[in-house]
Design a protein around this ligand. Structure first.
Ligand SMILES: O=C(O)CCC(=O)C(=O)O
Ligand SMILES: [Fe+2]
Length: 351
């Protein structure tokens, strides 16, 4: 097996030592068994593709109070029961989504050396997983992880200057949309003013442009390892055609069917803590294909590092009060020490 495409990162080459730990193909069981062993969780199985709850945001922008309330309650119900939902009529034009995707595809078509070159998109290019110590910690992907504060910075773009305007417009619109959804979730908990109103300025929010190259050893590695997002909420512009996103629902992995008209929203750890576990930050992962590449763009709504996340039910909070900065540092320590994020359980009052 070779990595002939000069635009792909050298995943096979650089992770040979890890991939050699995989048992020979003849020793592995049938698919489901293999997936179970691979995930390291006896109870998980892959289910059929499913339709996530679909929320038409038309109601949210309506003059009619009842329509607004009904849309808000759909958002909150999905956030509590699934932690994930899809939105249509979200106000972001299909033209902008298409333009952003075209630019993203073009960017990833650049050679690996160009992408990794110093300076491009604030040196935000990442691939694989440096801290992986075994094959199931390896993510078969490449990504630009771009802070919103850098998006208008000319020096980030080099030869990709035409990306700047689109990125700016895209990030601005995502920011507004994310805040509108956050406001619904905050109001539903009986709180008039959430910390996100002051704290979720652009200072720590970011966009992640993901590409999952075709993977000759699929399904032996993940595109993105199972994780929860460490933010308030995420808005995901999935690949229009190629599926791969799976989420945990009732102890089963559920595959999300691509819907080219919809964006996917998921609750992150901070909203779960703030809502005292009412909204769920659900584990999700991405699988990869042997032949097809896949693209996605995620927008992460985050507070400033000094913000206390707190809890809307202060007296009965099951989590300690922590700042976003503390949360991030703990994750970084855990990844270094154990190879993976521990996340919210670290901050339970009972610990
Ligand atoms: O690519 C996807 O569909 C999911 C991406 C994701 O979960 C992330 O970037 O955190
Ligand atoms: Fe994620």
């Amino acid at each position: 097996m070779t990595e002939s495409n000069q635009h792909n990162p050298p995943l096979l080459h650089d992770y040979t030592h890890l991939l050699n730990q995989l048992p020979p193909v003849r020793d592995r069981g049938v698919n489901v068994k293999r997936q179970r062993a691979f995930d390291g969780r006896g109870e998980t199985e892959v289910m059929e593709e499913c339709e996530l709850p679909l929320v038409d945001l038309c109601g949210l922008w309506s003059e009619d109070v009842e329509e607004r309330d009904s849309c808000a309650s759909e958002i909150c119900k999905a956030s509590a029961e699934w932690g994930f939902f899809q939105i249509v009529n979200h106000g972001i034009s299909l033209e902008l989504l298409r333009k952003m995707r075209m630019k993203q595809v073009k960017l990833f078509k650049a050679s690996f050396e160009t992408k990794a070159a110093s300076g491009l998109l604030d040196n935000s290019y990442r691939w694989g997983n440096k801290t992986a110590t075994c094959p199931n910690q390896l993510s078969w992907c490449e990504a630009f992880h771009v802070p919103l504060t850098k998006i208008s910075d000319d020096s980030c773009y080099g030869e990709f200057n035409s990306l700047r305007e689109v990125m700016q417009e895209y990030a601005g619109e995502m920011q507004e949309l994310a805040k509108s959804i956050a406001k619904v979730l905050v109001t539903n908990m009986g709180v008039k003013r959430g910390l996100w109103e002051d704290e979720c300025n652009a200072s720590t929010c970011f966009l992640r442009l993901n590409r999952y190259p075709p993977c000759p050893i699929s399904p032996e590695v993940f595109g993105l390892v199972p994780h929860t997002d460490s933010d308030f909420l995420t808005i995901l512009h999935q690949d229009e055609h190629v599926g791969g996103l799976q989420l945990m629902k009732d102890s089963k992995w559920v595959a999300v069917k691509p819907n080219p008209d919809a964006l996917v929203v998921n609750i992150g750890d901070l909203f779960q803590a703030w809502s005292n576990d009412v909204y769920k930050s659900v584990e999700h992962k991405v699988t990869v294909n042997k032949e097809a590449e896949r693209h996605s763009i995620a927008y992460f709504l985050c507070p400033s590092y000094e913000s206390f996340i707190g809890c809307c039910e202060e007296e009965s909070s099951i989590y300690k009060n922590f700042t976003f900065g503390e949360y991030r540092s703990q994750i970084q320590r855990d990844v270094k020490d154990y190879g993976h994020k521990v996340g919210l359980p670290r901050f339970l009052v009972s610990n």
